[in-house]
Design a protein around this ligand. Structure first.
Ligand SMILES: [Zn+2]
Length: 163
């Protein structure tokens, strides 16, 4: 079914393809320029119900033409990252859309921190030696956190809410 919203998605896709040649492929990957199109494909789902997404549509269109110029300077790079992050943050906070591996990274970090605290407690309470408590709690924390994150990311991917 033809959709009036699809036109701007095609436009973003074409803009990225044309402008991609103006910057190095290293910068294209490093600054996650392809996120512009990925964010647009999620944003299109909420255009009818969300005003911010309507504004973000214009922002993503603007970014798809402005990125080669923005990425030329350090200030521009910061501006580009901030503007794209703002769109991604909205998708995350308001619509539950998460980047691939978001929870695996987050939960692993939390697991490492909890494991570290527990191993310090175990050492201080003379329950275990420093080495064995680090091995046990830090190891367990990392594995549990990583595994929980994998499960959560898998759920998000299955519900089409992954960028
Ligand atoms: Zn929205």
């Amino acid at each position: 079914m033809p959709n009036i919203f699809e036109n701007w998605l095609v436009k973003i896709h074409n803009n990225l393809e044309i402008n991609q040649e103006k910057i190095s492929s290293k910068d294209f990957v490093f600054f996650n320029v392809d996120m512009i199109e990925k964010a647009a494909k999620q944003t299109v789902k909420f255009l009818k119900t969300c005003q911010t997404c309507q504004q973000n549509k214009e922002e993503l269109l603007a970014l798809s033409t402005e990125f080669p110029e923005l990425l030329e300077t350090i200030g521009g790079r910061r501006k580009f990252t901030n503007r794209l992050d703002k769109v991604l943050k909205h998708l995350r906070k308001e619509h539950g859309i998460y980047p691939k591996g978001y929870f695996t990274g987050l939960y692993t970090l939390i697991g490492v921190l909890i494991g570290f605290v527990l191993s310090l407690l175990a050492t201080w309470s003379k329950f275990l030696s420093f080495f064995s408590s680090m091995l046990i709690f830090l190891g367990l924390g990392t594995i549990i956190g990583w595994f929980a994150g994998l499960i959560k990311d898998g759920k998000i991917a299955r519900s089409q809410k992954q960028i």
